[in-house]
Design a protein around this ligand. Structure first.
Ligand code: NDP
Length: 306
């Protein structure tokens, strides 16, 4: 059975950055990329807020460059999904694609989080063409336009107020007659004049043409169906951290995010580190994921060389 010194799971900014640092620290890292090499960023187009790119950068290119940088420094990056883990033994035991068994002395979990979507075919059709799950990433493209945000939690309120600073009008589509968000966030929304809350509404269809989203068809609880005209449609109905595989050993919060020790990447299992969105319910930005990947590699180095 192959024994790996430093195993990294996840091919997003956190995983690739961990691989860059771990390679330079001579930890001989092996990284499994999972189902979506490049991670969540590959669902967007241009990234304008990653430092170092004054003209913005194509998201797929950014991820390909991070990957190439890690490979050039010596990281062994492989296709494959880790399907089983036993973190109760030393070395840790993991299975890739249900078949290949591995042992690892240190493990960096950088499996990310997945934005929840409504599950409408039209949402899939217009993903990247007006449908987005990240206002901070894509809001800029809708300056002075009308947009909609689905959800009534803290994320939806935060995204709606962020978008209200850029856009002409923001509709919040809320399925109940109350917001789930904290009182402070609710107040911010209510005090923002260009946010209109559409209570008791669900989205029936996202409307659009060849150029992208043009509106949404909503249905109110009383049965009334009506359309709104928007250019951007933002989902903010929660994220799902990809932590299930490790949850029997690694402490997670009530929403499934891996809990790390203070500002470090250390989990409750010695030798297991977490980086990126799988341990970050709040900031969820590529630059933060990259930074936490760096922390995880430094923590793993310290652990392996102890
Ligand atoms: P939440 O689970 O808190 O809220 C999800 C929202 O989406 C709810 O309003 C929910 O409605 C709605 N929703 C869920 N499914 C659907 C659906 N199919 N159709 C329409 N609406 C739907 O997720 P958040 O991402 O907002 O927050 C996650 C956690 O992160 C929370 O603990 C939150 O407090 C925290 N957070 C904190 C922030 C901060 O402190 N600054 C910022 C952002 C998040 P319903 O209420 O009816 O279930």
């Amino acid at each position: 059975m192959e024994r790996i010194n430093c195993l990294i799971i996840g091919g997003g900014p956190a995983g690739y950055t961990a691989a860059i640092y771990a390679s330079r620290a001579a930890l001989a890292p092996v990284l499994y990329e999972g189902n979506v090499p490049g991670g969540q960023l590959t669902t967007t187009t241009v990234v304008e807020n990653f430092p170092g790119y004054p003209k913005g950068v194509d998201a797929n290119q950014l991820m390909a460059d991070m990957r190439e940088q890690a490979v050039n420094l010596g990281a062994d990056i492989r296709r494959g999904v880790v399907t089983k883990a036993d973190l109760g033994v030393r070395p840790f035991r993991l299975t890739v694609d249900g078949a290949t068994e591995l042992e690892a002395d240190a493990l960096i979990i950088a499996t990310g989080a997945t934005a929840r979507y409504l599950g409408l075919p039209s949402e899939e059709k217009f993903r990247g063409l007006g449908v987005s799950a990240c206002a901070t990433c894509d809001g800029f493209f809708y300056r002075k336009k009308d947009v909609a945000v689905v959800g009534g939690g803290d994320t939806a309120c935060e995204e709606a107020t962020y978008l209200a600073g850029l856009c002409r009008k923001v509709y919040m589509i809320v399925r109940r007659d109350v917001l789930r968000a904290s009182v402070a966030m609710q107040e911010r929304v209510k005090n923002t004049p260009n946010i209109e809350i559409l209570w008791n509404c669900n989205t029936q269809e996202i409307l659009g043409d060849a150029s992208g989203v043009t509106g949404a068809r909503l249905v109110r609880k009383d049965g009334e169906v009506f359309d709104i005209q928007v250019d951007g449609f933002f989902l903010a109905i929660g994220h799902h951290p990809e932590s299930e595989l490790f949850a029997p050993w690694v402490t997670t919060d009530p929403n499934g995010y891996i809990v790390t020790d203070g500002g470090s990447s250390r989990t409750n299992v010695e030798g297991v580190f977490a980086a990126g969105d799988v341990q970050d319910p709040v900031y969820r930005q590529a630059v933060n994921a990259a930074a936490s990947g760096c922390r995880a590699a430094l923590d793993a180095e310290k652990y392996l060389k102890r």
